[in-house]
Write a protein that binds this ligand. Structure first.
Ligand code: UDP
Ligand code: MG
Length: 315
């Protein structure tokens, strides 16, 4: 069988402390897979410099001079992890049969790359790297992440549990990805919606090689919020539901109040003050919700997401 060309895409933002080691380790893996005849000798590693302000780009340049399989791409400015990753995937997709994305700090276990490729060779188009557990994350990060996955599930967003952005994608999946024109790209949510054959490999998440996490608390929150609002109208639907429930409760209260009026057991003025408040509140929220539903429709139309991709064709 024809040996696939593999590309490894790694976004780097101020990663001078880890980059030399990362490039050495990835290069060893690539060389090893080439010598085992698993991947083509044209396979490569591409580092995407996401507007770093330290020596990251210099290190990438040195490495690409010293190793034939290392390439570099420098972005004009810092555009964030997701966009840097997208830039790498779309730039290199035509130079490889499959691309694996991995963080530059090598928190993901590169020894499962071989398993990813073997799944790819058996016809799997997307192979997700899934963390077995989160021992190395802080208590806070572990639990906020867990909450995030649960929330996303409630909001009907299809996510692969405990999968970050360590994954293999075939060329046709990347071609499909290119058709998503949205500005706020949430790769973890998009890839499962593309379809084709999808598989999983498991690994243990390690500590960062060196340096600090580039995801501050605020960045993490904005990432989560972006994930929810890019995929779900559920918050809008929630408004409709709350409005309806309040309206319904108001009806029950009216019945109760009228019953009080009938039995003479009431405080004068209370009914005429409180009832319209609940009633109008309920009606207003309900109407907001309905407007929201239409905005939700507009929102999904504006995104112009592709509706299908053709998997196989028999001529
Ligand atoms: N990263 C990036 N641009 C940014 C922030 C991060 O390219 O604006 C890269 C970073 O260099 C790393 C990956 O994204 O390779 C994941 O970042 P990090 O390890 O800091 O996140 P964590 O693992 O703590 O969630
Ligand atoms: Mg990391």
């Amino acid at each position: 069988m024809h040996k696939p060309i593999l590309g490894i895409i790694s976004p780097c933002y101020n990663e001078e402390l880890v980059l030399n080691q990362t490039s050495m380790q990835l290069n060893t893996i690539i060389k090893d897979l080439i010598s085992k005849n698993i991947i083509s000798e044209n396979s490569f590693i591409a580092f995407i410099d996401d507007g770093s302000v330290d020596n990251t780009w210099k290190i990438i340049k040195d490495n690409s001079n010293n190793f034939t399989n290392i390439k570099g791409l420098k972005l004009a400015k810092n555009v964030g992890h997701q966009n840097a990753l997208l830039a790498g995937l779309l730039t290199y997709k035509n130079e490889a049969d499959a691309l694996i994305s991995i963080d530059a700090d090598l928190q993901d276990d590169i020894s499962v790359i071989e398993e990813m490729i073997s799944k790819f060779s058996q016809g799997t188009d997307v192979v997700y790297g899934v963390r077995k557990e989160r021992k190395t994350d802080s208590f806070f990060k572990r639990n906020t992440a867990l909450l995030f996955y649960k929330l996303m599930k409630k909001m009907r967003v299809n996510l692969v549990y405990n999968h970050a952005d360590f994954r293999l994608c075939s060329k046709r999946v990347l071609n499909a990805l290119e058709e998503y024109g949205e500005v706020n790209l949430f790769l973890r949510g998009i890839i499962p919606t593309i379809g084709f054959n999808q598989g999983v490999v498991y690994y243990d998440r390690l500590e960062r090689l060196a340096g600090k996490s580039k995801y501050s608390f605020l960045k993490m929150m904005s990432f989560a919020w972006n994930g929810i609002t890019s995929f779900s109208n559920y918050p809008l639907r929630l408004v409709t539901i709350i409005g309806f429930v309040i309206f319904f409760l108001c009806l029950i209260m009216s019945a109760y109040a009228l019953f009080g009026l009938y039995t003479g057991n009431y405080v004068p003025g209370w009914l005429s003050t409180v009832l319209p408040m609940y009633f109008l509140g309920g009606v207003q929220l309900f109407c907001f919700g309905i407007i929201g539903e239409y905005i939700g429709k507009i929102y999904s139309e504006v995104k112009k997401r592709p509706r299908y991709f053709i998997d196989k064709k028999i001529d």
